[in-house]
Design a protein. Structure first.
Length: 163
């Protein structure tokens, strides 16, 4: 896992296992207060966001910082890795941080609920719900965030094979 994605594993006999790389959030916590205290879409918020992005840029894909894939293949060497027995996993969802917002930023469902949405309705419905939540709070008053809308991508796998 890298800083801008989340992996949620639906497990047969247990709660979902959610894996993320929180190094960006840890670093960003030091810089985002000014941005989060301002309404999205205002000149002040836009400037605070530019300052925040600039501060994070100094830590991106650097030792002691956080890693994102982007155009630097060396980031893969810094990813958080692990394994689970395939027999324990019934489905897997890889989400961009924009798609995981429904749970980890907005708190509108838990990980079990997010996986249920994917199972019952597919990725398009999850993204539709993320967009509806974003649209209901365009200025970031309920859920402070850097931008009103973020990229939302989901890869959902339900047929896991034991190789």
């Amino acid at each position: 896992m890298l800083a801008d994605s989340v992996l949620a594993l639906d497990q047969a006999d247990d709660a979902p296992l959610v894996i993320s790389d929180d190094r960006e959030a840890e670093i960003g916590r030091h810089y985002r207060a000014a941005m989060d205290n301002l309404a999205n879409g205002t000149p002040e918020h836009d400037q605070a966001r530019r300052d925040y992005v600039q501060a994070l840029r100094a830590h991106r894909n650097k030792p002691g910082g956080f890693w994102v894939a982007a155009a630097d293949p060396r980031a893969a060497d810094e990813a958080i890795v692990g394994s689970r027995p395939i027999k324990d996993v019934t489905a897997a969802a890889l989400l961009s941080d924009g798609a995981s917002r429904l749970t980890d930023r907005f708190g509108l469902t838990d990980w079990t609920g997010l996986l249920r949405i994917l199972h019952d309705h597919g990725p398009a419905e999850l993204i539709r719900r993320v967009r509806a939540a974003e649209d209901s709070d365009l200025h970031g008053e309920r859920w402070p965030r850097g931008k009103a809308h973020d990229d939302a991508t989901v890869a959902y796998c339900t047929q896991l094979l034991d190789a």
